[in-house]
Write a protein that binds this ligand. Structure first.
Ligand SMILES: Nc1ncnc2c1ncn2[C@@H]1O[C@H](COP(=O)(O)OP(=O)(O)O)[C@@H](O)[C@H]1O
Ligand SMILES: [Mg+2]
Ligand SMILES: [Zn+2]
Length: 293
């Protein structure tokens, strides 16, 4: 293969003969190529549209993996709406600073969390983040947090295909795949396909598509209402040729669980929604664990 000169978003390695610098082209000078974090498998959670349930999926997935006895980290990279701490009921906690490293907030013995929200004075103040500032923060989250030795790092991303996904793919070791969350409605599905193509450009496979907010049982008569249409997630998965991981209904209990800071999967309710979440998470964990180390 000939050594093509890398385009803007590609990284050069130390042996690149065509460039005068060993730094990746889109990372500011002074940042190392790969951050020191000991993790076997980094999973990105993304969507095209906002508000479709990425953070909800991220927290439930992190708990599902931790429930399998794995060492799990959960990294909230939604700089403009970092709501993972709220969803886990740890918004008042702060990482301890120990000898120049940050101690992540441990929600269980084998699940640790870092969120931008921890580093902000309060979550109601919007912060203007420029690209390089985000990169610097992501770099610190990978290099200066005492994650220990992780089996999995679940990364909750902002909607769309921005700097955060690019930067984490460039800086973290073992970024192996992504999971796409969408609602059934056409615009969300279109954007989900766009997000999947972006992931393809980063040379990462898509583990599968989750359809969230898929139908709702009427609280009055129990009939199914398909608020956002139906079948969009399955169609997106088929179009992309990736596994369809299942559908999670729209359920006020899910909202409550987010607002109360207790991941839905921990409720073990005997309800269709709980069984749906459990099934989707089992399918996802099976896809993840099927990957060779
Ligand atoms: N299946 C669902 N049923 C009802 N509410 C949901 C469901 N999934 C997510 N939500 C709620 O919708 C809102 C947006 O979800 P969130 O996970 O924050 O989306 P994103 O991270 O994609 O912006 C949150 O309040 C969350 O609790
Ligand atoms: Mg979110
Ligand atoms: Zn009804």
């Amino acid at each position: 293969m000939t050594a093509d000169k890398p385009t803007n978003n590609q990284a050069c390695d130390e042996n690149c003969s065509t460039c005068t610098t060993a730094q990746p082209h889109s990372v500011p000078k002074g940042l190392p190529l790969k951050a020191k974090i000991d993790v076997q498998h980094v999973i990105l959670v993304l969507s095209g549209k906002g508000g479709v349930g990425k953070s909800t999926v991220s927290v439930n997935l992190a708990y599902a993996l931790a429930g399998h006895g794995k060492q799990v980290g959960l990294l909230d990279l939604d700089f403009h709406g970092p709501n993972i701490p709220k969803m886990l009921g740890i918004e008042d906690q702060r990482p301890a600073v120990l000898a120049n490293t940050l101690e992540p907030v441990h929600v269980t013995g084998n699940l640790a969390v870092i969120s931008m929200a921890f580093l902000l004075p309060d979550t109601s103040t919007p912060v203007v983040w420029r690209g390089p500032m985000k990169m610097g923060a992501i770099q610190q989250f990978l290099a200066e947090v005492n994650w220990g030795s992780l089996d999995y790092l679940v990364v909750d991303l902002p909607p769309g295909t921005g700097d955060e996904a690019l930067t984490i793919a460039q800086l973290a070791p073992n970024v192996r795949d992504a999971v796409i969350v969408t609602t059934p409605q056409d615009v969300a599905v279109m954007d989900a396909i766009k997000a999947a193509k972006f992931i393809g450009k980063l040379d990462l496979p898509v583990l599968g598509v989750i359809e969230n907010m898929s139908g709702m049982s009427c609280p009055h008569c129990g009939k199914d209402i398909s608020l956002f249409g139906e079948g969009g997630g399955k169609k997106a998965a088929e179009d992309l040729g990736v596994p369809y991981l299942g559908a999670i209904p729209l359920d006020p209990e899910m909202v409550k669980s987010g607002d109360e800071g207790r991941p839905y999967i921990l409720r073990h309710a005997d309800s269709p929604t709980w069984r749906a979440v459990d099934t989707v998470m089992k399918n996802l964990v099976a896809q993840i664990e099927a990957k060779p180390a």
